[in-house]
Write a protein that binds this ligand. Structure first.
Ligand code: SAM
Length: 289
């Protein structure tokens, strides 16, 4: 039976419908499902965290290739289905939780302690609920955790923002955060007909490999600077920083920093590379010493 037939059968048997509130669009295309697993390059020595397993269409493939799978699903209705399908697997832990509230490292630690196995890689693989994509990405990338690689399906538009070039319309907070914290690569484009129900948008599978290539004297200040700079995207960056009271710095102080960093006073937030944002932070910190 293929995944489309399995999905229809499950929806019938349990008499359920996709819940919009939880962003449920179930993947029913086996080529895409195997494509995601191939992109994630899952091996037996990997521990995989799946966010939002839903009916378990992707979970089934993950369980076949990974050493261990932790699946975190917010919707109680899905839990019975997932238990019926996968409780026979010894390498499977299902949690009925909101991923944004889960302490990922604690769970990994517990599993490694119980099994006596130290997993080589910790990989996240997910068809993300679109309503909450950005907070999940920030949590996975920003939190200190053991995750090395993240392979996720998101709206095409969000994937494009993650890999956008400086001075383009897609370039923004998400781009800069991803640039600072990871290497990102769009791997697949997925038509809306590959889901039940079909969403209104095209999707992309993007792979993020966590990698901090840059050093900055104050990481929190860098994140604050990025957010403040884009708070009023159409304004000159200096004015946006003043309006959002970034570090409570006055205009002349910021102008001085810009001058020392060789940045034109008329520059807008989307015109600066991550290297320039880092230079600004380092320069401010030098002055505050
Ligand atoms: N993985 C399944 C698939 O590909 O067919 C379902 C993907 S569906 C787009 C998103 C899933 O994430 C749903 O099962 C939904 O209930 C779940 N979900 C939504 N918000 C969540 C959250 N905050 N934490 C964990 N799971 C969540």
């Amino acid at each position: 039976m293929n995944t489309l037939e399995i999905t229809k059968k499950i929806l019938n048997k349990y008499n359920i419908r996709a819940n919009k509130r939880y962003g449920q669009n179930f993947l029913i295309d086996d080529d895409i499902l195997t494509g995601i697993v191939n992109v994630a390059d899952i091996k037996k020595e990997d521990l995989v965290i799946e966010i939002g397993p839903g009916l378990g269409n992707l979970t089934k493939y993950l369980l076949e290739s990974a050493g261990y799978v932790i699946a975190v699903e917010i919707d109680k209705k899905m839990i019975e289905i997932l238990n019926d399908r996968f409780s026979k697997y010894k390498n499977f832990l299902l949690l009925n939780e909101d991923i944004l509230k889960v302490n990922i490292d604690e769970i990994i630690k517990k599993i490694e302690k119980e099994s006596g196995i130290k997993y080589k890689n910790i990989k996240v693989v997910a068809n993300l609920p679109y309503y909450v994509t950005t907070p999940i990405i920030f949590k996975l990338l920003q939190d200190e955790n053991k995750i090395n690689e993240i392979t996720i399906m998101v709206q095409k538009e969000v994937a494009d923002r993650m890999v956008a070039n400086v001075k383009s319309k897609d370039y923004g907070i998400l781009t800069l955060m991803v640039k600072y914290l990871a290497d990102a690569d769009i791997k697949l484009e997925v038509k809306n007909t590959c889901f039940i129900p079909a969403p209104n948008v095209t999707s992309s599978v993007i792979k993020l490999i966590k990698d901090k290539k840059y050093t900055v004297s104050n990481e929190k200040m860098l994140f604050d600077l990025i957010h403040s700079s884009f708070a009023q995207r159409r304004k000159k960056m200096i004015n946006s920083l003043v309006a959002t009271r970034f570090m409570n710095l006055d205009k002349s102080f910021i102008e001085n920093i810009f001058k020392e960093c060789n940045i034109d006073f008329n520059t807008r937030a989307e015109e600066l590379s991550i290297e320039k944002y880092i230079q600004i932070v380092n320069n401010i910190n030098e002055k505050n010493k």
